[in-house]
Design a binder for this molecule. Structure first.
Ligand SMILES: Nc1ncnc2c1ncn2[C@@H]1O[C@H](COP(=O)(O)OP(=O)(O)OP(=O)(O)O)[C@@H](O)[C@H]1O
Length: 271
């Protein structure tokens, strides 16, 4: 296996049966009284690509943040059945997070940005640099290691952000509308490149989007949420085989899956 791929190999073997996350009855009420999500059940298995789809305000980001440990659930449980626990019995969540904004350090090169999570884990600088270079190569930025964010396009910045999230080989990659701010052509290219990377590495992905088309193109399962209060109303499997490419986008199978998911999204909006 080329070094670039080995460097961001996931810590978990891809196995469709191996559970990564098991959430039951998860609720979050904020201090102002807003019930952002309630009664959420969600299972993720190793190597799965799952999308969370729903209208604005249905609690997609809140759920992602709870899974990442960036906030406590008000009720319910989020278990990590195959994850080690620390001495206080807390799960070592081991997630990578990609936000809608690339959130790069503007004063640092692409390489230094991607090294950051490794440096925070006290990985020696030389090893961190080598792993950052390999991760950047894997997202197609091998020639931009020393570029600063201001020298990169929006799509390239997002690639750096993905490399930074994957460089620690997380058990679960959480992506919160990562491509929403990009133009359609760049977005489709990044969809393709993300799928190609996922096919090689088989990390587990939970991907938040507003787009039916994006969710159907990328995912094996689409979890549809409704708002007020935020809750899961459907879990739709998309059986089309991988790899998926431009021909899938114009296939009857894709159109049919988009219709099914659109109908669920419509239910979510009117419910
Ligand atoms: N920190 C907070 N304090 C109070 N209410 C919040 C907070 N964060 C989110 N909310 C509310 O919780 C609900 C769910 O918000 P959330 O951002 O999770 O939804 P979303 O589906 O990700 O929305 P969008 O698609 O617009 O990003 C909304 O009503 C939102 O206003």
């Amino acid at each position: 296996m080329p070094a670039a791929l080995r460097a961001i190999e996931p810590a978990v073997e891809a196995s469709p049966a191996r559970p990564v996350l098991h959430a039951r009855g998860v609720a979050k009420r904020f201090s102002n009284g807003t019930l952002a999500v309630t009664g959420v059940d969600l299972d993720l298995r190793a190597g799965e690509f799952v999308s969370l789809l729903g209208p604005s305000g249905c609690g997609k980001s809140t759920l992602l943040r709870l899974i990442a440990g960036l906030g406590e659930a008000s009720a319910g449980r989020i278990d990590w059945p195959t994850t080690d626990h620390d001495s206080h019995g807390r799960p070592m969540r081991d997630v990578g997070f990609v936000f809608q904004e690339a959130t790069l350090m503007p004063w640092a090169t692409a390489q230094r940005n991607v090294m950051l999570p490794l440096i925070l884990k006290r990985v020696p600088a030389k090893e961190a640099a080598a792993r950052a270079d390999a991760a950047l190569e894997a997202v197609g930025l091998g020639s931009f290691l020393q570029a600063y964010p201001r020298e990169l396009s929006g799509g390239m910045k997002m690639r750096v952000s993905i490399a930074r999230a994957l460089v620690t080989r997380p058990r679960l990659l959480l992506m919160d509308e990562p491509f929403a701010a990009l133009d359609e052509i760049t977005r489709q290219k990044l969809n393709d490149d993300l799928l190609a990377l996922w096919a090689r590495q088989r990390f587990t992905v939970l991907f938040v989007t507003h787009s039916v088309f994006e969710s159907v193109y990328l995912s094996q399962r689409i979890v549809v949420m409704a708002a007020r209060p935020g809750r899961v109303i459907a879990d739709v499997a998309t059986d089309a085989p991988f790899p998926r490419d431009a021909s899938f986008r114009i296939s009857p199978e894709y159109a049919a899956a988009c219709r099914t998911v659109s109908a669920k999204l419509h239910e979510a909006i009117v419910s």
